[in-house]
Design a protein around this ligand. Sequence first.
Ligand code: NAD
Length: 297
Amino acid sequence: MDIGFIGLGNMGAHMARRLIEAGHRVVVYDTRQEAIGNLAARGAIAARSPKEVADAVETVMASLPTPDIVLKVATGADGVIEGKRVRRFVDLSTTGAVMAQRIFKALAARGIVQIDAPVSGGVRGAEKGTVAVMASGPRADVEAVEPALKTIGKFFYIGERPGAGQTMKLCNNVLSAAAMAATSESMVMGVKAGLDPRIMLDVINASSGRSTATEQKFPEVVVPRKFNQGFTAGLMLKDVNLFISEAKALGIPIQVIEAVAAILKLTCDELGPDKDITQIVQPIEQRAGVEVRAPKT
Ligand code: NAD
């Protein structure tokens, strides 16, 4: 089918490439020319604005960094809303349920259906097509894009209510963030007490403390000091803050997640929001005076 794709970053570039490789005709746009060029070299058609994408195809997907940017791209001047052909806007970004509902209403007034379909599974998952895709929106419209979403990852239909997929995504991401934050404190403590981090991870991964942080992020990214997970601390802080505001609106106590937000904010303040999520360990290491790395042999 013809698919538009806006936002060709860490996640979007892989997802758009998978759609091209599956035989779809993909029209792409990003504010970075370099990102457009990379996809055009693989067979994508370049557009000059979100409107131009939405002039060319019925289904427009987006993978953009923040809720405000998604709002602007979807409903602003020269945005998807002004496109002549578009009928569906599939948002793969993490925006939170409140923004998803706002965009749904604005687009519905112009006869465009918004489907929220945030993803989880990281850059490696986007590359391999193994991310979880959490779609919500009118069933018939979701069914129309389901085959394309299955090219991107493992498809889940969350429900009719706009924003339900976003709620699902936030519930997942705070667990990922909490595991990364708690594992950082645990690993720094063990290393300062004299344990070998590689042995710690082997034991934890055979024990009850394991998580995506101990199974993948620490052994592959932190201990080798690569810090290239591909998801920024700033974007994770955005997700955790979205969860907090939506949880507060529902009257849920969230002391643990507020502590996770505080350490993410510390990381963003001290190192910068563009630093990798795995660098959340560094402010803890600095205060402890040790690093979680393999000991010299
Ligand atoms: P990214 O910053 O790497 O990519 C965003 C892309 O959007 C960039 O190429 C940027 O140039 C482009 N962009 C920014 N403003 C634009 C605009 N106005 N018009 C067109 N393009 C614009 O971010 P990412 O890591 O790929 O994440 C994208 C979304 O997916 C975010 O909402 C994030 O929370 C979510 N997400 C990321 C990961 C991950 O591991 N990186 C995992 C799951 C979900």
